[in-house]
Design a protein around this ligand. Structure first.
Ligand SMILES: Nc1nc2c(c(=O)[nH]1)N[C@H]1C(S)=C(S)[C@@H](COP(=O)(O)O)O[C@H]1N2
Ligand SMILES: [Mo]
Length: 543
C-alpha cells in the first residue's frame, strides 16, 4: 500500500513534474548498472551485468542475425551491444519514473524485475559464482531503487502557486514557485542530488572498469610476440604420442580458455600492465637488479616443456598440466645479481603479495627453472601469470611457480615462510610420482571388446621408467609408454584390453626414473602431496 502510505505521510505531497520523475528513474537505472559494474570489478567471479546481457543477446540471436550484426557493426558489435543495453535500461528507467507518478509500486516492481533479469544474465555465464550473482543483482537493484526513491522525493516540490492553495488557508498564495511540502524538495536540491547521483554512477562504473582493467591488459598482451624457436604444434608431432586416444590428456595441455588447471589465491586475476612491469632481484645479492619486460625479451630465451602440478592434486586428479614454457633461465638472472653464499632460500613474490620459497641449491642439478613469459608459444595467459611467472621443474607450484611475479628475494631458509607454509603445508615441495587413468573414465559404462586403458604418469625431474596396470585380480601388466621430450614432463601410457562384460576395477602404478615405485598410500594432499595408486571402477556391457 505504498500509495496510501504516501498519501498519509504527506497528504499534500505533489507529484513531481513529469520530466523530473523521468530523470529520477533514469538515474536510478544508471546507479543500478553502475553498482553492477563496480562489483564485477571487485571479483573475477562476477562478470559485468551489462556485458552478460550483451552475451545473452549474442547467444540467443539466430546465427543469421548475429552474422548480420557483426557484418553491419563490424568489430564494434560488442560495444554496440553494451551501449544498447545501457540505453535501453535508461529509457526503461525514465518510463518507470513517469509511471511511478500514478502508482509507486510500479517502480518497485520494475527494479525487482531488473534484479531478477540481471541475476539471470549473470548466472548464465558458466564462470560465475552463483551465490555472488544473487548478491550482486540484489545490491544493484536495491541501490538503484533507493537512488530513484531519493530523487523522486526531492522532486516532489510544488510546481506552481495554484497547487499550494489549500482550503482553510489564508487565501494567500505562496510567493515562490518552489514552496516545498517536503522541506528538502526543491528544484535546486533536485539538481544537487541528481548531479551527485550521476557523478556517483560514473565514478562507480569507472572504478569497476579500472579494477577489472581486463580489456586494457588483454590488448597489451596481444601486442606482445613471444620469440620462441619451438612451434608448439609440432612438439607432439615430432615424438610418438598417444594423442589420438579419445579421452586421454594430450601430451601438451591446451592453455587457451580454461583448459589448463588454474590455482591461485587471487579473487580478481591481477591485471599487470606489461609496460610498467618489472622484476627486482633483492636480498642476499651483490648487485640488486631490476629487469623490465623489454630487458627480458632482449635476452636469449629458452623453450622447455615442463609438467607443473599442484600439491593439492588428489590421486587421479586434474591439477596437473604440461606446457611449453619460454623464458630466461633463473640461473642467468641470479648470476647477474650475484647471489651470495649465505642465500639458502629463493623467495618469489607476486604483485598481489603471494609468496613462494625454495632452496636455490636445487638449481645446481641443471633442471629447468625459468622466468617464463611465454606459454605454448603465446604470451602467458593473464590467468597463468601474465606478464611473467616462475616455472621450476620437479617442485610443486605452491613453493615455486609464482604468477605475476615482481620480486625475487634471496634470503635464508629460516628467514622467511612462503604463503602456504604457516597454513599447514610442508616447506619443501618435491613433486611425488603419480599416475592417472583417463580412459576408460572412472564410473562409466563401456562396451565389451577391444578397449585401450590409457592415462598419464609423471615424476619430474626423475622421469617415468615403468607404468603397470592391474585389472581385477589379474597380475600387473606393463603398459606401453609414449615418448616424452624429457624427464621433466609427464608421459602418456596405454594398454590394450579386451574388455569382458561385467563390473571391473582397474588400477595403475608408476615407477620413476630412479627405479622407485610410486607410494601406495593412501595419504591425503596435505601437508606435502597425495600418495596412492589410482583405482577406478568401470562397467562393461555386452555388445
Ligand atoms: N601469484 C600467485 N602465484 C601462484 C599461486 C598463487 O596463489 N598466487 N598459486 C601457485 C600454485 S599453488 C600453483 S599449483 C600454480 C598453478 O599455476 P597455474 O594456475 O598456472 O596452473 O601457481 C602457483 N602460483
Ligand atoms: Mo598448488
Amino acid at each position: 500500500m505504498a500509495r496510501s502510505q504516501n498519501n498519509q505521510k504527506s497528504p499534500a505531497a505533489p507529484k513531481p513534474p513529469l520530466l523530473y520523475a523521468a530523470i529520477a528513474g533514469l538515474l536510478g537505472g544508471a546507479i543500478a548498472l553502475a553498482i553492477g559494474e563496480f562489483l564485477s570489478g571487485l571479483s573475477s567471479a562476477v562478470p559485468s551485468m551489462v556485458v552478460s546481457a550483451g552475451d545473452w543477446v549474442i547467444d540467443s540471436a539466430p546465427g543469421a542475425v548475429e552474422r548480420w550484426a557483426i557484418d553491419t557493426l563490424g568489430t564494434a558489435d560488442k560495444p554496440a551491444l553494451v551501449v544498447g543495453t545501457i540505453i535501453i535500461t535508461l529509457i526503461i528507467g525514465a518510463l518507470t519514473g513517469q509511471l511511478a507518478r500514478r502508482d509507486h509500486r510500479f517502480a518497485a516492481a520494475v527494479f525487482g524485475v531488473f534484479g531478477l533479469l540481471g541475476w539471470w544474465f549473470l548466472a548464465r555465464n558458466p564462470l560465475t559464482d552463483t551465490s555472488a550473482t544473487w548478491l550482486v543483482a540484489f545490491v544493484a537493484a536495491a541501490g538503484g531503487y533507493a537512488a530513484f526513491r531519493l530523487l523522486y522525493a526531492v522532486a516532489q516540490f510544488n510546481e506552481s502557486k495554484l497547487v499550494t492553495m489549500e482550503p482553510g488557508g489564508s487565501g494567500k498564495t505562496a510567493k515562490t514557485a518552489d514552496t516545498p511540502t517536503n522541506p528538502f524538495a526543491t528544484r535546486r536540491s533536485f539538481f544537487g542530488w541528481g548531479g551527485a547521483t550521476a557523478l556517483t554512477a560514473v565514478a562507480l562504473t569507472g572504478l569497476g572498469r579500472q579494477l577489472r582493467g581486463r580489456a586494457r591488459v588483454d590488448e597489451a598482451r596481444e601486442a606482445i610476440v613471444i620469440d620462441t624457436s619451438t612451434d608448439v604444434a609440432t612438439v607432439s608431432a615430432d615424438i610418438e604420442t598417444f594423442d589420438n586416444i579419445d579421452g586421454l590428456a594430450s601430451y601438451v595441455t591446451d592453455s587457451t580458455g580454461n583448459n589448463f588447471y588454474r590455482i591461485d589465491s587471487a579473487l580478481t586475476i591481477p591485471q599487470v600492465d606489461p609496460n610498467s612491469w618489472s622484476l627486482k632481484i633483492t636480498g642476499l645479492v651483490d648487485n640488486p637488479v631490476e629487469f623490465t619486460l623489454a630487458d627480458i625479451q632482449a635476452m636469449d630465451l629458452e623453450d622447455h616443456i615442463v609438467t607443473i602440478s599442484c600439491v593439492s592434486n588428489e590421486v587421479g586428479g586434474g591439477l596437473v598440466g604440461n606446457a611449453l614454457w619460454t623464458g630466461v633461465p633463473l640461473t642467468k638472472l641470479l648470476e647477474i645479481a650475484g647471489v651470495q653464499t649465505e642465500a639458502t632460500q629463493l623467495v618469489s613474490r607476486s604483485v598481489d603479495g603471494w609468496t613462494a620459497g625454495f632452496p636455490p641449491e636445487i638449481l645446481q642439478d641443471g633442471r629447468t627453472a625459468l622466468l617464463a613469459i611465454g606459454m605454448n608459444g603465446e604470451p602467458l595467459p593473464v590467468r597463468h601469470g601474465f606478464p611473467a611467472r616462475l616455472i621450476v621443474a620437479g617442485i610443486y607450484g605452491y613453493v615455486s611457480a609464482t604468477k605475476w611475479v615482481e620480486e625475487i628475494n634471496l634470503t635464508t631458509w629460516e628467514g622467511f615462510d612462503g604463503y602456504w607454509i604457516p597454513r599447514g603445508w610442508s616447506k619443501k615441495g618435491p613433486i611425488k610420482t603419480q599416475s592417472r587413468i583417463d580412459v576408460p573414465r572412472s564410473r562409466t559404462e563401456i562396451a565389451s571388446g577391444p578397449q585401450p586403458i590409457a592415462g598419464v604418469a609423471w615424476a619430474p625431474t626423475r622421469g617415468i621408467s615403468l607404468v603397470e596396470v592391474k585389472v581385477d585380480d589379474e597380475p600387473w601388466q606393463e603398459a606401453t609408454l609414449a615418448e616424452s621430450v624429457s624427464d621433466e614432463t609427464w608421459v602418456q601410457w596405454m594398454l590394450e584390453w579386451d574388455a569382458p562384460a561385467g563390473d571391473h576395477v582397474i588400477q595403475v602404478r608408476a615407477t620413476d626414473g630412479d627405479g622407485v615405485l610410486q607410494a601406495v598410500g593412501p595419504k591425503r594432499v596435505d601437508p606435502d602431496g597425495a600418495e596412492g595408486w589410482h583405482i577406478i571402477p568401470v562397467r562393461v556391457t555386452e555388445t
